[in-house]
Design a protein. Structure first.
Length: 412
């Protein structure tokens, strides 16, 4: 990984560059953790934020953390409180952590807690989405309140998973503070994803899966300009197969995107890029219900899918084809599973791709979302160079978009 934070000319101020001793620092973290009956089931997002939090604490900052959690609909909802996250953080750091329980986020509790802070202590604010203004264009008042809480001193952005949203706590707040920087997690994301797309070590192989072509229109087009080989699996592959004139039976197809798929097939040919589609597929009579139910499968060639069958995973020949393409790669980016990986019988394609990535010497970058969940669930996480913490954000990054939560941070 390179030391500077660059992507398409970006070179952002980082927590290494700022003097925070005795200053109040607002940090936007991503504590959007999964909860069951008020208990955190996976604390990865909290542990991922620790390097930045610990750096600021050790350097004598008064650290104020803010984050969203879930999607509360009508203002505050107890089940979306950040208290469990604050409690878990308190177990992981060697300093005092105070949770400020204010429905308005910046209320009397928050103000009192921040006023009472000593250097090197932490205050965790309530869920930013308890304030409807967080997500609206007129969130300026809320953004100013957040900045005022730290006397307009310093803002650190370390929530990559929210960097594609121009919210009060991700972008708006920067208008009202003197200094801005990215945290270590953001820096890592920018380095890995940015360098992979803008300056990859070649051969560069991109693997896209997931259900819908529509979700990845711009990603497909952008990656066809950047990568050497583009692999397409998952539900979206069937629209490509149909665009080639193949019978896809009851498989998921977006008929409105057939022309687009034809264009992309032509674009790959014109640009001298290899576009790999499934050559065989795992078919079933009908989609499993529940999703992890036992299911009877058959593997057929991709041009021989029976009219009454539905393709739900790549077949064994395709697994070998995709794995072979990964072997010689130096950089691999993967976003989206190869099939319905939540079902043990239909996870074979996703497992095969994960295994191929685990065994390669290439820099392997998993682009968040379902593919990150699959890699973690299948036990391959420690074999990957980088697993992105942002599903939507990493997709927009791979599209080549500038993310608002990065754009607003000061350049070096």
């Amino acid at each position: 990984m390179r030391g500077v934070t660059k992507m398409a000319g970006l070179n952002k101020v980082t927590v290494e560059d700022i003097d925070v001793k005795g200053k109040k620092v607002l940090v936007r973290v991503d504590f959007n953790v999964p909860l069951k009956d008020g208990v955190i089931t996976n604390d990865n997002r909290i542990t991922a934020a620790l390097p930045t939090i610990n750096k600021l604490v050790e350097n004598g900052a008064k650290v104020v953390l803010c984050s969203h959690l879930g999607k509360p609909k009508n203002g505050p909802e107890a089940k979306f409180s950040l208290k469990p996250a604050a409690d878990r953080l308190a177990e992981l750091v060697n300093t005092k952590v105070t949770f400020a329980a204010d429905d308005t986020v910046v209320g009397d509790n928050a103000k009192a807690a921040v006023a009472a802070m000593n250097d090197g202590e932490i205050v965790v604010l309530e869920n930013t989405r308890f304030r409807g203004a967080e997500e609206t264009k007129n969130g300026e008042e809320f953004a100013k309140e957040l900045a005022d809480l730290v006397d307009g001193q310093v803002f650190v952005m370390d929530a990559f998973g929210s960097a594609h949203r121009a919210h009060a706590s991700t972008a708006g707040v920067t208008k009202f503070v003197k200094e801005t920087a990215v945290g270590y997690l953001m820096q890592k994301e920018i380095n890995y994803l940015g360098n992979a797309v803008e300056d990859p070590v070649r051969p560069f192989v991109a693997i896209l899966g997931g259900a819908k072509v529509a979700d990845k229109l711009n990603v497909i087009s952008n990656l066809l300009e950047k990568c050497d080989t583009l692999i397409i699996g998952g539900g979206m592959a069937y629209t490509f197969l149909k665009a080639q004139g193949k019978e896809v039976g009851k498989s998921l197809v977006d008929d409105t995107k057939l022309d687009y798929c034809k264009e992309m097939i032509e674009k790959a040919e014109k640009n001298g890029k290899k576009l790999l589609l499934p050559i065989d597929t795992t078919v079933v009579d009908s989609f499993p219900d529940p999703i992890d139910a036992e299911v009877s499968v058959e593997i057929v060639d991709a041009d021989k899918i029976p009219a009454d069958k539905e393709g739900l995973d790549i077949g064994t020949k395709t697994q070998a084809l995709f794995a072979d393409a990964v072997k010689s790669a130096k950089t691999v980016v993967w976003n989206g599973p190869m099939g319905v990986f939540e079902n043990p019988t239909l996870a074979a394609g996703t497992i095969a791709v994960a295994k191929a990535l685990a065994e390669t010497d290439a820099t392997t970058i998993i682009g968040g979302g379902d593919s990150a969940a699959a890699v973690i669930q299948l036990g391959f996480a420690d074999k990957m160079s980088h697993i992105s913490t942002g599903g939507g954000a990493s997709l927009e990054y791979l599209e080549g978009k500038v993310l608002p939560g990065i754009d607003v941070i000061a350049d070096k």
